[in-house]
Design a protein around this ligand. Structure first.
Ligand code: UFG
Length: 328
């Protein structure tokens, strides 16, 4: 398939580009490189440096490249920033996506894959989370993703757009060969910060909250390997052949892992201590989030190749060891 990967130079997008190539597809990338990295892409990949909200530019790429399916990974994804600057999130994550969708419909491209998030569930009442669990986001980031999910439903109904929305849990890890991986600036995610604390590149890790109602008092999350996430995006292709298909899938391993368990995994994999201090809870952190992904397993034949936190952290460690400064 000819695939336009929007945000394909970013963390999850760049891994998906690799998986598309490995599966024999033809990806081209649109990325404005605000958060993406040219170096995350093989030189053979065509990169269009443009904004996804630029309908004229997107329309031309869709036609020139004979695009059949669009994958959309580009979004601002800092929960805290979304609370302090919501307009940035609504404009970039919602308005720009609507422009992208309008350009697609104008060009007759009607297959779409969207990166959504477990943050659309807010603070769930029941665990593990299933796709039909109530969606009540507690921050503008999660709300912006839910707004797009709702727009997609309307477009499927009105225009026969077929789409799949993947609600990621905690994307983690890196390509097994250590050549691409997670490189956010600023970095806020637990695993890269714990690795940097272990290597001394950053000061001691702060554990945000040790008084949660969880077995060890720290938050539980569902860390899922970025290549496992990526492969689901390709497994869904046959389902998009049905016009108007409206598909929603959780993607996680279903295994809750605490902050302390992540620290232990980093220590085990690296053979170093992770210095840490305890700090108050971070605003907006639900105590526990983990997925029931059986729908993706059942309907897409999705398999998790990295089920354990140690294996996931090992790939992140290999990437950070190879490129301690990320893509810089
Ligand atoms: N944490 C720390 N110290 C840190 C960083 C994180 O204790 O320095 C803790 C957090 O409090 C949380 C866990 O580690 O309990 C994971 O935090 P991350 O920031 O790595 O990930 P989040 O669970 O906050 O965020 C992820 C995605 C978001 C998504 C969110 C949904 O990265 O895109 O899940 O809640 F919105």
């Amino acid at each position: 398939m000819n695939v336009l990967v929007v945000g394909g130079a970013g963390y999850i997008g760049s891994h998906c580009v690799r998986q598309l190539l490995a599966a024999g597809h033809n990806p081209v990338v649109l990325d404005n490189l605000v958060f993406g990295h040219r170096a995350a892409l093989s030189p053979a990949i065509r990169l269009y440096e443009a904004n996804l909200g630029d309908e004229a530019a997107v329309g031309k790429i869709l036609k020139d490249e004979k695009i059949e399916v669009v994958m959309h990974f580009a979004a601002f994804a800092y929960v805290g920033e979304s609370v302090s600057d919501p307009l940035k999130y609504y404009f970039n994550n919602v308005v720009a996506t609507l422009h992208l969708l309008r350009a697609m419909l104008a060009a007759g491209v009607k297959k779409f894959i969207f990166s959504s998030t477990c943050a659309t569930y807010g603070i769930p009442r029941e665990m593990p989370i299933v796709e039909s669990s109530p969606q009540a986001p507690i921050n503008p980031y999660g709300q912006s993703k839910l707004d797009v999910e709702n727009a997609l439903k309307s477009l499927a109904h009105a225009h026969g757009l077929s789409f799949a929305t993947f609600r990621y849990f905690n994307a983690a890890g890196a390509a097994e060969d250590g050549t691409i991986g997670e490189a956010h600036d600023p970095e806020t995610h637990l695993i890269p910060l714990a690795i940097d604390a272990a290597t001394g590149r950053r000061p001691a890790l702060q554990i945000f909250g040790t008084d949660y109602p969880t077995p060890d008092g720290t938050c539980l999350r569902d860390y899922v390997h970025v290549d496992d996430l990526s492969r689901a995006h390709i497994a869904v292709f046959p389902k998009l052949e049905t016009p108007g298909a409206a598909l929603f899938y959780n993607l996680g391993t279903g295994r809750p892992t605490s902050v302390l368990e992540v620290i232990q995994a980093v220590e085990k994999v690296s053979g170093r201590k992770v210095p840490y201090t305890t700090a108050p809870r971070r605003a907006g952190d639900p105590p526990a989030l983990y997925a029931d992904s059986s729908k993706a397993v059942r309907e897409l034949g999705w398999t998790v190749r990295f089920p354990g936190i140690n294996e996931i952290v090992a790939t992140a460690w290999a990437w950070h060891a190879a490129r301690p400064a990320g893509y810089r």
